[in-house]
Design a protein around this ligand. Structure first.
Ligand code: SF4
Length: 234
C-alpha cells in the first residue's frame, strides 16, 4: 500500500447518498452490477435534475476510504460508478479514483463535461459517461463545456444525452460540431429518455428510439426509472 493510498483509506468521503449497490441504469454498461459513489456537490443547476439533494450539504454519509473498499469487496465482480452531483467539482474526486484503481476496481465516471479532467484522472478511470446538457436544462453559459476534445484521450468515452422530445436530437448534432467532436463515432453517442417516473419516461421511449436509430446513435431506457421509479439510492 502506498502512503497516498493509506491516507485515502483513512480519509472520510462526503457522499450525497450512502453507498448503494444496483444495476447501472444508463449507458453503455446498462444492467451491470455496480456500486454507486455519489460525491457531494454540484453547481451546474439543471432544471430537471433528479438529484438536487446532491447540490449542497450536509452529506447523507461520510465514509472512510477503507469502508468504501470493504463495501466493494463484499460484492465481488462489481464495478464502481463515481457520480454526483458533479464529481469533477469535488476535492475528493481524484483521491477516490486513485484508491479504487489501486484496489483493482473498474471505474466509470459520470460527468456533465463542463470541467476537463486532469491527465491523472484520465489515466485512472476506465470509462467516461459525459452528459452535456441541452437547452431544456436551462443552465448558465459558464456551466456548459467549451470543448470536449479531451474525450479523444479518454478510455472508453461515451456521450450521453437525456432527451425529452425527438426534435432535441438536432441540438445533439449541433453540440457535436461545437464541442470539437465532428466525426465522433455515432455508436459512442447514447440517447436516453428524460422523466423521473415510469409513465413520464415510457411515453418517450419509442419516438426517441426511432430518432436515435435514424442517426446511428445508441438508445437505452433509464433502467432504474423503469424498475424503481423515482426511488432514491437505487
Ligand atoms: S450536472 Fe447532474 S447533478 Fe448537477 S444539476 Fe445537472 S443533472 Fe443534477
Amino acid at each position: 500500500m502506498t502512503h497516498a493510498s493509506a491516507t485515502a483509506r483513512a480519509l472520510r468521503f462526503p457522499l450525497a447518498d450512502p453507498l448503494f449497490y444496483s444495476l447501472q441504469g444508463e449507458g453503455a454498461t446498462l444492467g451491470r452490477p455496480s456500486v454507486f459513489a455519489r460525491l457531494m456537490g454540484c453547481t451546474v443547476g439543471c432544471a430537471w435534475c433528479d438529484t438536487k439533494y446532491s447540490w449542497a450539504g450536509p452529506p447523507a454519509a461520510e465514509l472512510a476510504g477503507e469502508e468504501i473498499l470493504a463495501y466493494c469487496r463484499e460484492r465481488p465482480g462489481c464495478q464502481v460508478v463515481v457520480t454526483g452531483g458533479e464529481p469533477l467539482e469535488s476535492p475528493f474526486f481524484e483521491v477516490l479514483l486513485a484508491m479504487l484503481h489501486e484496489e483493482g476496481l473498474r471505474i466509470e465516471v459520470e460527468t456533465s463535461g463542463y470541467l476537463e479532467p486532469s491527465l491523472v484522472a484520465l489515466a485512472l478511470a476506465d470509462q467516461w459517461n459525459v452528459s452535456p446538457k441541452l437547452a431544456s436544462a436551462g443552465i448558465a453559459e459558464e456551466k456548459k463545456p467549451r470543448s470536449l476534445g479531451w474525450l479523444h484521450r479518454a478510455k472508453e468515452p461515451y456521450l450521453k444525452f437525456v432527451l425529452h422530445k425527438p426534435a432535441e436530437i438536432a441540438e445533439v448534432d449541433a453540440l457535436l460540431q461545437s464541442l470539437g467532436l465532428a466525426g465522433w463515432p455515432p455508436e459512442r453517442v447514447i440517447i436516453s429518455p428524460g422523466g423521473k417516473k415510469r409513465p413520464e419516461m415510457e411515453k418517450r421511449l419509442l419516438p426517441l428510439a426511432e430518432a436515435a436509430l435514424a442517426r446511428g446513435f445508441r438508445f437505452t431506457p433509464r433502467l432504474h426509472v423503469l424498475l424503481w421509479g423515482d426511488k432514491r439510492g437505487v
